[in-house]
Ligand binder design. Structure first.
Ligand SMILES: [Zn+2]
Length: 191
């Protein structure tokens, strides 16, 4: 049983590893749970900013968050914001396109992330984007949700759906963990 489970699921794609060291992220940012060895599910989120004139892409931040802390964070957000967000995702996500990309290259999650899940914009044409995926141990988990990438346009639209209460909550999270003041958080969405 144990072995079968190990064989399922793809290894952690390099895009979701630590940008500086290339090693997997191994701790929950909130409670320091050892996600790599533990059996909690966890999410990894990364935010990228591109400087085309310098031919450079910078990772603004990256973190792993365990399922316990993730649930806590969701609970802290307002009902209204959560409903607005899931409605927006349901109405706007192009699941068929994503499915096509997965079928094109079933073993290459980075290919699945080549276009905005919502707007269909190619990553090459974006200035800012964020991606996320669900993992367990050293494996990518796709049964709850596939890895996603959203660009700045979708990020802005989603941010506009959040209540002040929820925005304050997110600002607090970013400030606590990254020392990022609210005015710099801008349109980041914690999905
Ligand atoms: Zn945690």
């Amino acid at each position: 049983m144990e072995e079968n489970q190990q064989q399922e699921g793809l290894p952690i794609p390099s895009i979701f590893k630590n940008t500086d060291t290339g090693a997997p992220l191994d701790k929950c940012i909130d409670c320091e749970y050892p996600v790599l060895e533990g059996d909690r599910y966890y999410m990894i989120e990364k935010v990228f900013k591109k400087y085309p004139e310098l031919d450079k892409t910078e990772v603004l931040f990256e973190y792993a968050i365990c399922s316990n802390c993730y649930e806590k964070m969701k609970d802290a957000m307002s009902q209204e914001s959560m409903q607005n967000l899931s409605m927006y995702m349901m109405e706007n996500t192009d699941f068929q396109k994503l499915q096509d990309r997965i079928e094109e290259k079933p073993d290459d999650p980075e290919h699945w992330l080549s276009h905005c899940l919502i707007k269909g914009t190619a990553q090459d044409e974006m200035k800012e984007y964020q991606m996320g995926a669900c993992f367990k141990g050293d494996k990518l988990v796709t049964n709850f949700m596939p890895p996603f990438m959203v660009g700045e346009l979708a990020m802005e639209e989603m941010n506009a759906l959040l209540s002040k209460e929820t925005k304050d909550e997110m600002d607090g999270f970013m400030d606590d963990h990254f020392g990022i003041p609210p005015e710099l958080r801008k349109d980041l969405i914690l999905i």
